[in-house]
Design a protein around this ligand. Structure first.
Ligand SMILES: [Zn+2]
Length: 388
């Protein structure tokens, strides 16, 4: 008989805990299968974890009443995390328990025109407010722009030119006195979409948020795609129109220059036809455009249709690359409803391969603008649970 020492036991314990996903149960049988540990070891360690209130017994749907419970899940009451998304114009903060359930959430306007402190000052105050009254075990940060996972620095932040190499991990750890986990804005979104699907967790998923920019996150074979430098998923900067406008990234004809809310508005402002429709095209907002189109205006519908078809072509590339079972659409661009969804679906159908389309379903996100903050929080949950 093999007797494990204390260190072996704690390694086994963290191996078992790392199998848990926020809000999802695991049976002892699954835990043994996934960790390669014996049923007896799993049973002994989980018994200790239940006694210590780290795990709790749950009855899985379909389990017969009166029978011992069929599964285990993380006991949410054992701690809490903060999930924070730092994208302008609003930083979003979520407080989650360790089961991944929302305790509360808030938003902080970012004064990005006031430089680095215009962002960090209000966020620091919000962190100190939201951490009150909870036993904080970790903080997760979803970062826009370029960042470096090794040093924990945010290298560059969109629209704040003086933002260079800000040591965000160190700063948040100083403010909160708990470990901070960093993730890209788009991968965080993908984690949240995967975790919050009802029923089985999707193993292959692409999600895209389209508003002023295009952010794309992917789950491949069950895991989130982060890339070597944490910056995977820059679908907005694939070339789609070689003769098109120069993008802020320096390249020409990027998807973002043709298929975002800002691209639609820019095209409208440059068009002669718009002058007859709107008294001052410079003051037009996206809602004005799709409401006009819904009222039957063909110029506005054509404008939206063209942007949506271009986006569909870009998405077909992502779908052909990743072959997901689910494409989730999020962001203000889709508020135009069928005016953009129909041409987008048609373009995807036309450009994605038959085998890519075979098992694909396309859905609108139910998470809205909080997806990324939620994903960052869920990442912090996973990290915190591993160390319980
Ligand atoms: Zn670009």
């Amino acid at each position: 008989m093999k007797i494990s020492n204390g260190r072996g036991r704690s390694r086994h314990r963290s191996r078992i805990l790392s199998q848990f996903r926020p809000g999802r149960g695991r049976s002892r049988l699954e835990l043994a299968r996934e960790t390669g540990l014996s049923a007896a070891t799993v049973s002994r360690i989980t018994r200790e974890l239940v006694r210590g209130k780290v795990l709790r017994e749950v009855r899985r749907p379909g389990a017969a009443p009166g029978r011992p419970s069929a599964g285990l899940e993380i006991n949410g009451a054992s701690g809490a995390v903060l999930g924070i998304s730092l994208l302008y114009p609003l930083a979003r903060i979520m407080v989650l328990d360790l089961r991944g359930d929302l305790i509360r959430q808030g938003e902080v306007p970012i004064a990005w025109n006031r430089g680095v402190d215009g962002l960090l000052g209000p966020v620091k105050r919000a962190v100190s407010l939201h951490r009150r009254g909870v036993r904080l075990a970790g903080v997760g940060l979803a970062l826009p722009g370029q960042w470096d996972p090794e040093s924990g620095t945010s290298v560059m932040y969109p629209r704040i030119p003086e933002w260079k190499n800000v040591p965000v991990r160190r700063l948040f750890e100083e403010w909160t006195r708990v470990p901070a986990s960093l993730i890209g804005y788009a991968p965080a979104m993908a984690l949240a979409e995967q975790a919050r699907r009802p029923g089985r967790e999707p193993r292959n998923l692409v999600c895209v948020e389209v508003a002023e920019n295009v952010a794309m996150g992917a789950i491949v074979n069950g895991g989130v795609v982060e890339g070597a430098s944490g910056n995977a998923g820059e679908l907005g900067h694939i070339p789609i129109d070689p003769g098109g406008p120069v993008c802020y990234c320096g390249a020409t004809g990027c998807l973002e220059t043709r298929a975002t809310v800002s691209a639609v508005l820019e095209e409208l402002r440059e068009s002669e036809a718009a002058r007859g429709l709107f008294p001052d095209p410079r003051r037009v907002v996206y809602g004005d455009v799709f409401r006009r189109a819904q009222g039957g205006d063909s110029f506005c519908s054509r404008l939206l249709g063209r942007a949506a078809r271009t986006l569909g072509m870009g998405l077909a590339t992502a779908l052909n690359l990743f072959n997901p079972e689910l494409l989730v659409l999020n962001g203000r661009f889709f508020e135009a409803g069928d005016l953009v969804l129909n041409p987008l679906r048609a373009a995807v159908q036309e450009h994605a391969l038959g085998s890519t389309m075979k098992r694909l379903s396309i859905e609108r996100s139910t998470l809205g603008p909080s997806a990324s903050a939620l994903g960052a929080g869920l990442l912090a949950v996973r990290e915190a649970v591993r160390g319980l």
